[in-house]
Design a protein around this ligand. Structure first.
Ligand code: DC
Length: 216
């Protein structure tokens, strides 16, 4: 069974998806982490994201995997290294490249084969698994998403609300207007606006929808 969760950056998708997967006893797959891992490798090796041949060469010699709620790049757990703002921006750019998407979509389908999974991303319900058993589109207002991100980063002392808001706006724009698999709600996805909801309430409502269909 496949549960697809899509939506813009900072809407709480991964937190919700992780909790939901625990609740259902399903595997969780964070597809954003895969694009982040590639962005991290390109950044670390000074690979020019704008040069398709360089990216193509990198893809040929790169192994990405996701299991136990962790992302592996060439065999190394890079979960802690891929969450910075620099990598956020770079991953938005690298994920717009066609050959990158083709390789990642193929990998995502392979990883989920014959398993029960909750998979989160931007194109899971539209492109990766258009026949997913459940599709949710989780969103929140731009201001609320920026506020949540600000609260997360405040303790690290590197946060400015206005910068976060502008960065999110730019990533929304990149992710929604790119040519290949832009972020868009699948027609048959259930829209959940979490602006005024707690994470617990969001998870509860998803469990109710799935359980209400006697799946659990
Ligand atoms: O969900 P995230 O912020 O970790 O995703 C990082 C970037 O990867 C984001 O800019 C959008 C992109 N992405 C994508 O294009 N398709 C996906 N399925 C998942 C993420």
């Amino acid at each position: 069974m496949i549960i697809a969760i899509d939506g813009p950056s900072g809407a709480g998708k991964s937190t919700v998806a992780k909790l939901l997967s625990k609740e259902l006893g399903f595997e969780y797959i964070d597809t954003g982490a895969m694009y982040r891992a590639l962005a991290y490798k390109a950044y670390k090796n000074n690979i020019d994201i704008n040069k398709e041949e360089e990216i193509s060469k990198m893809l040929e010699t790169t192994e990405v995997d996701y299991y136990d709620n962790k992302i592996f790049l060439d065999g190394e757990n890079v979960e802690e290294l891929i969450r910075s703002e620099i990598i956020s921006k770079a991953s938005s750019k690298i994920s717009a490249i066609r050959i990158v998407r083709e390789k990642m979509v193929e990998l995502q389908r392979k990883i989920a084969a014959n398993k029960n999974v909750v998979m989160d991303g931007r194109d899971i319900g539209t492109k990766v698994f258009p026949n997913a058993d459940y599709k949710f589109f989780i969103t929140a207002s731009l201001e609320e998403r920026a506020k949540r991100r600000y609260e997360q980063l405040k303790s690290k002392g590197e946060a400015k609300y206005e910068n976060i808001l502008q960065d999110l706006k730019k990533r929304d724009e990149n992710d929604s207007t790119r040519k290949f698999s832009p972020l868009i709600k699948a027609e048959d996805a259930i829209l959940i606006d979490t602006t005024d909801m707690s994470i617990e309430d969001v998870v509860k409502s998803l469990v109710n929808i799935i359980g209400g269909n006697n799946v659990l």
